[in-house]
Design a binder for this molecule. Structure first.
Ligand SMILES: [Zn+2]
Ligand SMILES: [Zn+2]
Length: 169
């Protein structure tokens, strides 16, 4: 098979991607490929995995490959695990709030008592964190009111911000 020098196809194949980053991937070395096929690149991923990706899939403009697959998994998990708007006991989740030092996702929560609590998703889901702490102090104070039904108020990030603004004015 012969290629003219001007062919964009062959230019793409011969492009040296070694050491270049594509999202989470870093191209390490081209793998020996059958003649006439696009060069496959051995890439390392930030997550520690390796991936073999055809060069054009790294460099194309649309639907570029930019991780070993971990990124898609993460995005999917993040979407499935979105707790925004959900209620856990007295807490209503307002927004994602970074990670704790163990790498667990934290959530900014509004407590019915007016306090703001930061809790991990795991603790919210298994019921470890159900209030800013006010619940337990209340139980200690008045055990007979344990069965009181608590209705969480409508609370959004916008409301919270205006409330904080009022507080610090
Ligand atoms: Zn990865
Ligand atoms: Zn509270």
């Amino acid at each position: 098979m012969s290629f003219r020098k001007s062919s964009p196809h062959i230019r793409k194949i011969r492009r040296n991607l070694s050491g270049r980053r594509f999202g989470r991937l870093t191209a390490l070395a081209p793998l020996p490929s059958p003649k006439g096929t696009n060069t496959r690149w051995l890439c390392s991923c930030e997550c520690g995995n390796f991936a073999v990706v055809v060069g054009s899939e790294l460099t194309r403009l649309k639907r570029r490959v930019n991780s070993c697959g971990c990124l898609n998994l993460e995005l999917l998990r993040n979407r499935l695990d979105d707790l925004t708007g959900r209620s856990f006991g007295r807490l209503t989740v307002l927004a994602r709030c970074g990670q704790n030092r163990h790498g667990h996702t934290q959530w900014l929560c509004d407590c019915t008592c007016g306090n703001i609590e930061v809790a991990t998703g795991a603790n919210l889901k298994i019921g470890n964190t159900q209030s800013c702490g006010c619940y337990h102090s209340e139980i200690a104070a008045q055990t007979q009111q344990l069965k009181r039904v608590v209705t969480p108020p409508e609370m959004t990030i916008t409301n919270l911000l205006s409330r904080l603004n009022n507080l610090y004015q």
